[in-house]
Write a protein that binds this ligand. Structure first.
Ligand code: COA
Length: 236
């Protein structure tokens, strides 16, 4: 335990979890010492094993113990199909909002009137323009660009290099794929997704997955009953 830093546990593992842990270490090397990543909670890897140098401290059943001990958490369990179920899983963990770490890498640009919710991660070289509101537990991955005056829900995932215009309404649990681009003034319903490299020119309804240039409807994402049992460990 390091007394000057707040200790954060990553819920998840290899994938989003390990790249976020690496970014926290990189911030520490640059002299930004608010957070220290101390390990993972993971249901598939046994306690004491390590993931890229950090120990697995227990499983999701141990959340309450670590909450009482004053640890902070970053929830990295996301997947395009079954996002709604993963959000339900998160709610069942009952983590107090004030123990959800907001990690903003020092190499990110965030305009001064941007609001960022509890538990959201902003990775290196991200840019977020003025007047944008981002809900809790979003993961904004490297090089993502988010324009101005957007309303973004909770548990959204913006993959590396994704690019969003302005005045967007984005629901909870939305995934924007690697290098995908979203035109301004659109609405993306909850649990919808946009494929890698897409150029989106239209609104997307709840649960819809669109892909291509220009993006077209591909299929619906799976509902919770289609994706049980849940894989607690996947970072994607
Ligand atoms: C859009 C996506 C969710 C579809 O996944 P899927 O349902 O498993 O799709 P499949 O691979 O079965 O492909 C189905 C069809 O869609 C096409 N397709 C899939 N992804 C596409 C994309 N990004 N752009 C254009 N077409 C795509 C496939 O070529 C295939 O076409 P066909 O039926 O004519 O052969 C997925 O391909 C994707 O882009 N995921 C985002 C990945 C990402 O951002 N990762 C970040 C990791 S942190």
């Amino acid at each position: 335990m390091n007394d000057s830093k707040k200790n954060v546990i990553i819920i998840g593992g290899l994938g989003n979890g390990s790249v976020i842990a690496a970014a926290i270490r990189d911030a520490n090397r640059r002299g930004y010492n608010e957070w220290q990543a101390v390990g993972y909670l993971n249901d598939r890897i046994i306690k004491g094993d390590s993931i890229e140098g950090l120990p697995v401290l227990g499983s999701l059943d141990d959340i309450q113990y670590f909450t009482c001990k004053g640890y902070y958490f970053i929830y990295t369990i996301y997947r395009i199909d079954g996002q709604n179920y993963r959000i339900e899983l998160f709610k069942r963990l009952n983590i107090p909002e004030e123990q959800l770490a907001v990690f903003i890498h020092p190499a990110a640009y965030i305009a001064d009137n941007v609001h960022i919710g509890f538990g959201t991660v902003v990775m290196p070289n991200v840019s977020i323009s003025p007047g944008t509101t981002i809900g809790k537990c979003c993961l904004i991955m490297v090089n993502a660009t988010i324009g101005h005056n957007n309303k973004i829900g909770a548990h959204c995932h913006f993959a590396a290099q994704s690019c969003l215009g302005a005045y967007l309404n984005i629901g909870d649990g939305v995934h924007i794929g690697l290098n995908a681009t979203v035109r301004e003034n659109l609405t993306l319903g909850k649990y919808s997704a946009l494929g890698m490299g897409a150029v989106l020119l239209n609104d997307i309804k709840e649960y819809e997955i669109w892909a291509g240039v220009p993006a077209k409807f591909l299929r619906n994402s799976k509902r919770e009953f289609e994706c049980l049992p849940i894989d607690h460990t996947s970072g994607h």
